[in-house]
Design a protein around this ligand. Sequence first.
Ligand SMILES: C[S@@+](CC[C@H](N)C(=O)[O-])C[C@H]1O[C@@H](n2cnc3c(N)ncnc32)[C@H](O)[C@@H]1O
Length: 496
Amino acid sequence: MTLQRPSLRTVFTEFMEDLHSALNDRGLTVTILPEKGRSLFTTRNFRPGEEIISQEPYVCVPNNSPVESRCDRCFASINLKKCSACKVAWYCSSVCQKSEWKLHRLECDALARLDKDRHKSVTPSIRLMIKLFIRRKLQSEKVIPMAATDNYKLVEELIDHMSGIDEKQLVLYAQMGTLVNFILQWPGMNVKEIAVNFSKLACNAHTICDSELRPLGTGLYPVISIINHSCLPNAVLVFEGRTAVVRAVQHIPAGAEVSISYIETAGSTMTRQKTLKENYLFTCTCSRCVKAQEDEIKESAILEGYRCRNDQCDGFLLRNSDDTGFTCQQCGLVRSKEDIKNIASKIKSISDEASTSLSSQSYAEALFMYEKVEKLQRILCHPYSISLMQTREKLLKISMELENWTKALTYCKLTISVYQKLYPGIHPLLGLQFYTCGKLEWLLGHTEDAIKSYTKAFDILRITHGTNSSFMKELLLKLEEARAEASYKLSSTDDE
Ligand SMILES: C[S@@+](CC[C@H](N)C(=O)[O-])C[C@H]1O[C@@H](n2cnc3c(N)ncnc32)[C@H](O)[C@@H]1O
């Protein structure tokens, strides 16, 4: 009997078995649900803040643009040097460049062949796809190792939704596929397969963010992509560098489905469902969506609608059946359509000017304009309106650019009260907003308030971000400094 090498198929089947056993060791299992497809379930309890799963990207790429570049390996934005051959990839050190070299070598050859005009079409999505095929090639040629959680079979298993996407999108994916094919120039490449992979990336890739949830790039994490969405998730996805980490934000019992949120959850059920349908092609039936359906009209009227004419009343308004105006559901006062239209059009024109000032970094001008917008929105919108909250978020950022800490603190506090309503439970954005609040209070010498805000931030972020990252160590240090200062102040008053 001659010994035969195992076929690629056998090797992949073994990898799938290894994946199941790796997940099993972590207290996880994959189940197929008829309405959701593959779903990640727990086989043991997870406590809040506990890491459920973490994964390195199969491929990732920074969101480089002409104004901002990041290291291809670690996403750092300092000490960058451009790859002298392809002039596309950036690295912050020779260590990062060396660790990417096996993968970049083939990409570099392909990109270096392109003329200057073609270089412009090498967007992060195109690079992600090029890297995906290069990684597949290098793994199948055993130039780089495969593992149970790190192999192309997992990419093959990803859902693609090709039958659900519209003609325009299909054409776009085909064009992008043709470009990737042109760049790689590998014999036997199949444009259809590349187009299918673009469709997979659209509903499976994740935006890589820093600890403060600022987007840095995009990555494909095929095991983490098994996790389904909920608008009231029991877990959160954060990144430590380029490593994706999923942590429980509440007690998750054995036998429960692990869920994360794919979208910004501040939004009415209608808005969330629309975003999910357009981007991920499903209708969410999570407990928040089901519950909200009964109260959907009220919810949209509060989050996206208008306020009562009586500024002492916080009732929500519904459109009159004769379409002449809106009636407050608490005190019965009617607001005319004309009044609403007038204010809305003023807001629109000032917002456009404000946004131009902001894009050109004319912060003083932008502050002046957005304050006008905020004043008008306070007259027009419900106090829990999302657009009013978004204007206040902009005012917070602009005030910080202008180092006007008092103003920044005012807007930060105003957003927190709305965040608490919009992000129920443990949410990283609420924790980060308390952190910003604490930093501003500390700068302004409001030490006791800073301690309270830092503590609230810590209580939330230790669950979403864990306690080991340098970001969390910095937060803890700030809290200790504030406590030390408070006790010093107290002892100096006692001495007097
Ligand atoms: C990142 S994948 C998640 C894993 C996927 N279930 C699978 O079988 O590979 C995203 C896709 O899963 C499905 N999905 C995710 N969350 C869902 C939910 N709450 N209800 C129904 N389908 C969901 C949708 O088809 C969505 O486009």
